[in-house]
Write a protein that binds this ligand. Structure first.
Ligand code: HEC
Length: 127
């Protein structure tokens, strides 16, 4: 029985590693490579939901004018930025809430808003 549990646990770890690596091409994972940013929509989403924190950098958020912070973000790649913004995360600067509090936002909306902020900061992220 103990042996089975260990085998099960090992199997779970292995499956987890496969999923988190993402290299295996799991179909449900969003790829930002094929997404195109609509900066007009991005600005609208930003004005509605992100501006509260990201305009001047409230609560540890990267301010729109803070190029260094956006460069630091961009270095993670668009894929990571989108995933972090969608599910929310706690970093070394503060707490980014899930979807930046825009609960009815789609992944495309979030992608647009992030692209808009990067654009304003004058930074480009690797897709
Ligand atoms: C309540 C404040 C708040 C709101 C509202 C907010 N953010 Fe954030 N966001 C943060 C904070 C704080 C961080 C920095 C977290 C850290 O790195 O420690 C952050 C970080 C980010 C990052 C960097 C992600 C990464 O991987 O480093 C992105 C992208 C982002 N926000 C996008 C958005 C978008 C898009 C919106 C609007 C839809 C939004 N945020 C709304 C507080 C906010």
């Amino acid at each position: 029985m103990k042996k089975n549990l260990i085998a099960l646990f090992g199997g779970l770890l292995f499956a987890g590693a496969l999923i988190s690596c993402g290299g295996g091409g799991s179909e449900t994972k969003t790829t930002t490579k094929t997404m195109t940013a609509d900066l007009v929509n991005g600005e609208a989403v930003y004005n509605k939901s992100c501006i509260a924190c990201h305009m001047t950098g409230v609560a540890g958020a990267a301010a729109l004018s803070d190029k260094a912070r956006w460069e630091e973000n961009a270095a993670k790649g668009m894929e990571t930025l989108l995933a972090d913004a969608m599910k929310g995360y706690t970093g070394k600067y503060g707490v980014m809430p899930e979807k930046g509090t825009c609960m009815d936002c789609t992944e495309q909306d979030m992608f647009d808003a992030i692209s808009f902020m990067l654009d304003k900061a004058g930074v480009e992220a690797a897709k």
